[in-house]
Write a protein that binds this ligand. Structure first.
Ligand code: ADP
Length: 401
């Protein structure tokens, strides 16, 4: 009788199955925020799956898998949910009812659909914060142009007319200086088809922002209060820490913490605030996600907003938010023209000592689009600002390469 052949061990052959990652994180959206979240998750040995509408996006190269589909479609979200352990998002423009499908089918999602529902509608967000007793500029719903005239009687001119949903980088805002501006602003924002509301104009002395990362058990860490400098409603520069008295910083921290609690936020949330000339701190708006005003934390803090966001949504301990230097400055790289997303002058900028350069890898530049950022640390704010600006001024987008 033939002896039964014993299977021979196969030597020097690597297993074909992927080793199990620490966790598989799903990200709705594939832009620069998703890319930087993915970079932090990869640091911990996680796998990434990105849901985006188009094939090429800044986060796509880092993803194990891509779901190319519309993120407002519950089926696309459920497909993402079925591929990952936990889902998070990089923008608040996903339909909250569709998002709810994820939790209904048992797929963990942070922040929750309820948080996104409140924050994505700026009027609902403001009503929620006002109910929590938080300080805000005056606001009213604007179902028609007559409401603008009534708001002018209540608050006086100027007023800011805003879209309730889907506004970013000031694209959903119009400042009205008198009754003659109403028609054009109403038309610009599509008032007959988009829901609008009106805010009292806040003649601020400075704009402040704070990142807060809240764990699933409600514990939270706060980053330093920063000053943000906007031109034409787009953030250009972030200075950390904000140069305000300690009492103001403490008050702003308390307001920001209460705001995050009022919307039940989990993960990173950005709180944008106005500092008025008479020292009041008013909330401008919340972002239920990592935020441009927190990019400085990558090199500027012990643990970045992106790392702490990943830790929070995966249920891991939060890390230190301490600054690594007395002053940190971040300068956004905004495209000057239309063209390819490839930077000109990168090599020269990399020669600036102490400048930390981030290029997002967007395929196309469009005037004003955020294409990257530069961060610098310094012993003084002036030193950090000079280094960041020197490098940023050398980089341009919009030329054909
Ligand atoms: P987005 O959501 O598009 O970023 P915001 O509503 O935060 O828009 O407004 C962008 C910028 O416009 C703010 O950072 C601030 O400079 C200015 N702004 C917005 N609302 C007001 C207001 N009520 N009063 C004065 N300036 C405002």
């Amino acid at each position: 009788m033939q002896p039964i052949a014993q299977p021979q061990p196969v030597l020097n052959v690597l297993p074909t199955r992927r080793p199990k990652a620490a966790c598989t994180l799903g990200i709705i959206g594939g832009g620069q925020l998703a890319k930087m979240i993915a970079q932090s998750a990869l640091q911990f040995g996680c796998d990434i799956v990105v849901l985006e509408r188009k094939e090429h996006s800044p986060a796509a190269n880092l993803a194990r898998e891509k779901v190319i589909a519309d993120w407002d479609n519950p089926e696309s979200l459920l497909r993402l949910g079925s591929l990952v352990d936990v889902t998070t998002l990089e923008n608040e423009f996903v339909d909250a009812d569709s998002l709810e499908a994820l939790s209904r089918f048992g797929h963990p999602l942070w922040p929750t659909a309820d948080t996104v529902r409140v924050v994505q509608d700026k009027l609902l967000q403001k009503r929620t914060l006002a109910e929590a007793g938080l300080p805000l500029p005056g606001f009213v719903e604007a179902p028609d142009k007559a409401a603008v005239a009534a708001a002018a009687r209540q608050f006086g001119w100027p007023l800011v007319l805003k879209k309730r949903r889907n506004g970013y980088d000031g694209k959903g805002n119009a400042t009205l200086h008198s009754a003659t501006d109403v028609d054009a602003a109403w038309q610009q924002l599509g008032g007959d088809s988009n829901a609008l509301y009106i805010e009292e104009f806040c003649p601020f002395a400075a704009e402040l922002a704070m990142m807060i990362v809240r764990a699933q058990n409600g514990d939270s860490v706060t980053y330093p209060l920063v000053e943000t400098i906007q031109h034409h409603h787009i953030c250009h520069v972030v200075k950390a820490p904000a140069s305000v008295p300690a009492e103001t910083a403490n008050r702003a921290t308390d307001i920001a913490r209460r705001a995050v609690e009022a919307v039940g936020g989990v993960g990173a949330l950005g709180v944008e605030m106005f500092l008025t000339k008479d020292g009041r701190v008013l909330i401008n708006e919340l972002a239920p996600r990592v935020h441009n005003s927190g990019h400085y934390t990558i090199e500027g803090c012990v643990c970045s907003q992106f790392e702490n966001h990943v830790r929070a949504v995966l249920g891991w301990p939060l890390g230190s938010t301490e600054l690594r230097a007395p002053a940190v400055v971040m300068v956004n790289l905004l495209a000057g023209g239309s063209g390819l997303g490839v930077p000109l002058g990168l090599s020269e900028a990399l020669a600036v000592p102490g400048a930390h350069i981030h290029i997002y890898g967007k395929a196309q530049s469009v005037p004003g689009r955020k294409m990257g950022h530069v961060t610098a640390l310094g012993q003084t704010m002036e030193e950090a600002l000079n280094t960041a600006r020197r490098a940023a001024d050398l980089i341009r987008f919009g030329g054909e390469v």
